[in-house]
Design a protein around this ligand. Sequence first.
Ligand SMILES: Cc1ncc(COP(=O)(O)O)c(C=O)c1O
Length: 396
Amino acid sequence: MPTEVVRRQEELRRQADLNPVAWFPRQPELVAAARREVAPFVGARAEDTAFVPNASAAATVVYNSLRLEPGDEILVSDHGYGAVTMGARRLARRFGARVRTVAVPLAASADEVTERFREELTDAVRLVVVDQITSPTARLLPTARIAEAARERGARVLVDGAHAPGLVADAAAVAGADWWFGNLHKWPCAPRGAALLVAGPVAGPVVGPAAGASAGASAAAAEGVVAGAADRDELWPLIDSWGADQPYPERFDTQGTLDATAYIAAPDAINFIERQHGWARARETMSALADHGAAVVAEALQPYVDAPVRTDVGMPVPSMRLLRLPEGLGRDRTDADELRLRLLDLAGVETAFTSVEGVGYLRLSVHLYTEPSDFEAFVERALPQLLAFAHERKPT
Ligand SMILES: Cc1ncc(COP(=O)(O)O)c(C=O)c1O
């Protein structure tokens, strides 16, 4: 978080703690004001947008709103975020429905991905859950095109845009979803516990100070890539509270005595980056830095890896790159997670490792605070540890 956002949240918390009786009756209006300011950042209208604590909560809200029939199907992809896919499975179990998984090749183009989904879409599919930016493989998926194909078969589409705010301009507007959600506590650097759920993200007039990166929203709507079929009356916050008699999304503004300072301070983070860099330029900067970092780390890793370290993901995102690990590392998700903790403990380096089809990858991420020297430091401190782990795993 930018320091000024940390301070702003601290100040809001101080006000709440000094006089909770004065704070809580006013908190819903502060949340609504933040919602009005933040919605244009993702190309959405405030009246379609609710604050939720995180992406997982948004998925849960949508899953809770759905009624399926036995035999119905939910389509997910093998690049989906595990926890969100688990929620889809629980939804299916409740109604005797089933989940099917679309296999997407790592380097697939937009055409190929759309075709894979098209092949799996049957009339039994009621819901498609698809990521705008995938977590394990750090790539874009052509959600608007997938949504178009889904709609032709009468299915509705939930787009997991957890990583999209800040990385995809007008993320909600261009997703083409019936419901879209995204985290503000990832790339926009808002306080943890701030995410948006957008129902039927029909792009409306985009206004407000946080609209800096949103100029394309109305154009996206005009091109017809956005649809709005969601039944918002069925969307309820996870906490029933005094907003219960209000319509969507106002009822999400009231969540009892929950600390909503992350929501209220979220526009400060978005505006800070807009002011300091401009979001469009921030994406370009991240992209160039990610390429540089990938080149530095790949050069160091390549002698120890039999296949190309730099991995083609088909549709890359601005800030993340996938680098193949030496054999034996990150064979599955548990192993990849364990590597992350070992490296943190032994080298003091924060990393993300993922595992795709039995192959381990380093998911290199950069943000505006990343320095080129960070990559050299990574090679110096983390590479020897990684090679030692790989050596341990070698069959004797
Ligand atoms: C694609 C995707 N979906 C959902 C989530 C869940 O986000 P949260 O833990 O903030 O609920 C993540 C988190 O990394 C993610 O990458």
